[in-house]
Design a protein around this ligand. Structure first.
Ligand code: BTN
Length: 326
């Protein structure tokens, strides 16, 4: 009920009487009063004025269970949400939850990770109080060979949400890094459990640098946060909610078509590699060419010097700009 009270107060943006809250939730005045008291203890400023009711004053960013629940307004993506102050890794937790039967859409969010995992066995720097770390559980009904198309769907949802929520020119570096001004603001790690032709679950983990000011070691040159890039003081919960909203829409489009054909244009418009010289680091042999866009399977189309076009599958391959990271 606390999350629903928050959502109602936020939506109204004005005083809501205690009586109305009681009627709306079918509970007693004492129950409403108790819930408001607990929200205040969590850090919310809620003014109570006799004969007028309760008013939510949002003066600073709060990131937690009720803040997320009160903002996520989707059918399934982000329900239920489980927020942790500290976790080793949201991907590890989400995998445990999925093994225990968590349903499609369940979302694990943490304020800090002590063992954040990146791609290719790397660590993901995950300090507290600044960034977003979440993992979404999916239970796809399609064959495992289509699973590689899920991360571009998430990449698109994240890039568009950063653009609309923070007013920044975020783009996608194929296949799913989200970048601003050529630096990485978001990375994704998808992990899946498969048995023959059947996907048990996919966990898609997303790390977004929101308020981080310094990056350690070798990532300092290629990483950026939303705040460093000049974005507004974004509410992390609002951004997560925006991403869930877009992801749900795009994932349904992808699932209905069975490929990315309904999304390639949108994706292509945000693809920062498009039209650029790229170096394809393929274990079977490196080559260079001009990135043209993606095909409906999410493969990068690279035009070689002889005019032939190679379809590059994400898997083991990574792509670098010839003159830098993008
Ligand atoms: C990359 O290397 O680009 C992928 C980074 C993925 C980081 C996210 S943070 C939330 C989730 N939990 C993890 O341990 N990793 C992913």
């Amino acid at each position: 009920m606390k999350s629903k009270i928050l959502a109602l107060l936020r939506q109204r943006g004005d005083y809501v009487s205690g009586q109305e809250l009681c009627r709306y939730f079918g509970v007693s005045r004492t129950a409403v009063w108790k819930a408001i008291g607990q929200l205040k203890k969590e850090g919310y400023r809620i003014e109570a004025v006799q004969n007028r009711g309760y008013l939510l004053v949002e003066e600073r960013e709060l990131f937690g269970q009720h803040e997320l629940e009160s903002r996520i307004a989707t059918k399934w993506a982000g329900h239920p949400v489980t927020w942790y102050q500290v976790l080793d890794s949201t991907n590890l937790q989400a995998k445990l939850d999925a093994e225990k039967g968590a349903a499609q859409g369940a979302l694990v969010v943490a304020d800090m990770q002590t063992a954040g995992r990146g791609r290719r066995g790397r660590a993901w720097n995950s300090p507290p109080g600044a960034n977003i770390y979440f993992s979404l559980i999916l239970k796809p009904e399609f064959a495992p060979d289509k699973a590689a198309m899920i991360t571009p769907v998430m990449g698109l949802a994240v890039a568009e949400s950063i653009r609309s929520t923070c007013g920044l020119d975020a783009g996608i570096k194929w296949p799913n890094d989200v970048v601003i001004d050529g630096k990485k603001v978001c990375g994704m790690l998808a992990e899946m459990s498969v048995e023959r032709d059947f996907i048990h679950y996919v966990v898609i983990g997303v790390g977004i640098n929101v308020g981080q000011q310094d990056f350690p070691g070798e990532i300092a040159a290629t990483a950026v946060s939303i705040q460093q890039a000049g974005g507004c003081q974004v509410s992390r919960a609002e951004l997560v909610a925006g991403i869930m909203n877009k992801f749900e829409e795009y994932y349904e489009e992808f699932s209905a078509k069975g490929d990315l054909s309904g999304l390639t244009e949108r994706y292509g418009s945000l693809l920062v590699n498009k039209g650029r010289e790229v170096r394809v680091l393929d274990p079977k042999g490196e080559f260079q060419g001009r990135a043209l866009g993606i095909n409906p399977r999410g493969e990068l189309l690279v035009e070689r010097e002889d005019g032939s076009v190679t379809e590059v599958y994400a898997g083991e391959v990574s792509v670098r700009g010839v003159y830098g990271y993008v």
